[in-house]
Design a protein around this ligand. Structure first.
Ligand code: CP
Ligand code: NVA
Length: 323
């Protein structure tokens, strides 16, 4: 595994298979997990944006793996008063063993990781949210038993960090992804390009009903991401025809599963009726953040993490999805 997890592009097919396998074992054996992979280590969480799931699941996960965690609001750090990102990374390297960082500019996280001697995990930037989407792949695997050729429709802001992340995840895992948004919020064309060898497919349409028609999963996210509050009025208007509601569900297969990274803005991108329906797996997604991030932390911080997979596979014959 690469030193850092900054985007899905840092994850190879082998890494993905190992993350899914380890997360499954960690989930099954949460109460008697055999190893303190973070014993003696301190992981800092540096956040410039709000968070419920990411912050809590990382803090709990770090403690459950035997480590210490330190939450730092970036506004309280000297970063906010002009100390450089590089100097901050160099100093933190004298105290701690890893950083989980949530900020605005993705370039800042790249700059931080370049100067950090320790593993850096992107906990969301304006461009990418890899921990969320790797969790979503795990959740899809739990429900479908596989990833390749699973049909996912992403409806809403297709130029967002979640859309960018699901596009990269589709290429990695071989999903058949259909995205739908107004033209103005269409996906990044370069990101959508697939090579000859790429598994799966990626397709964009302005027609949400077309996108969901044969989907196994419908995924949505807020219309106004953090940092875009100034555009709220314009966005709420533009995305209105893209609401995940009963009418859109009628255009999909009966058993379609509904996904959302949360937080949801009920009544905007998704209705109560759909969010609380039997099709919805949004709270399973939220729970899985904990298990998947523990797997990621283990692989980045425990140099002997392979032993866990090897031993457990032999002793317990753990079956995992066939990603
Ligand atoms: N999905 C997600 O990252 O949620 P938070 O913003 O609450 O961390
Ligand atoms: N696109 C959303 C995701 C929140 C987890 C945002 O950036 O606010």
């Amino acid at each position: 595994m690469h030193k850092d997890l900054l985007t899905v592009e840092d994850v190879t097919n082998e890494d993905l298979a190992n993350i899914l396998k380890l997360a499954e074992m960690i989930k099954q054996r949460r109460s008697d997990w055999p190893r303190d992979s973070l014993k003696g280590k301190t992981i800092a969480l540096i956040f410039s944006k709000s968070s419920t799931r990411t912050r809590v699941s990382f803090e709990v996960g770090i403690r459950e793996l035997g480590g210490n965690c330190l939450f730092l609001d970036s506004n309280d750090m000297q970063l906010g008063r002009g100390e450089t990102i590089a100097d901050t990374a160099l100093v933190l390297g004298r105290y701690i063993h890893g950083v989980v960082i949530r900020t605005y500019s993705h370039e800042d996280v790249v700059e931080f990781a370049k100067n950090a001697r320790f593993p850096v995990i992107n906990a969301l930037t304006d461009l990418f949210h890899p921990c969320q989407i790797l969790t979503d792949l795990f959740t899809i695997c739990e429900f479908s038993g596989k990833l390749e050729n699973v049909k996912v429709a992403y409806v809403g802001d297709c130029a967002s960090n979640m859309a960018n992340s699901i596009i990269l995840a589709a290429k990695l895992a071989g999903l058949n992804l259909k995205l739908s948004s107004p033209e103005k919020y269409a996906p990044n064309k370069t990101l959508m390009e697939v090579n000859d060898g790429t598994k799966g497919s990626i397709f964009w349409t302005p027609d949400p009903e077309k996108a969901v028609a044969d989907a196994d999963y419908i995924y949505t996210d807020v219309w106004v991401s953090m940092g875009m509050e100034d555009e709220k009025k314009e966005r709420l208007k533009a995305f209105k025809p893209y609401q995940v509601n009963a009418e859109l569900l009628n255009a999909a297969q009966a058993g379609v599963k509904i996904m959302h990274c949360l937080p949801a803005h009920r009544g905007e991108e998704i209705t109560d009726e759909v969010m609380d329906s039997k099709n919805s797996i949004v709270f399973d997604q939220a729970e899985n953040r904990l298990h998947v991030q523990k797997a990621i932390l283990t692989m980045l911080q425990d140099e002997n993490w392979h032993e866990l997979v090897d031993i457990d596979s032999k002793q317990n014959n753990v079956e995992v999805g066939n990603a």
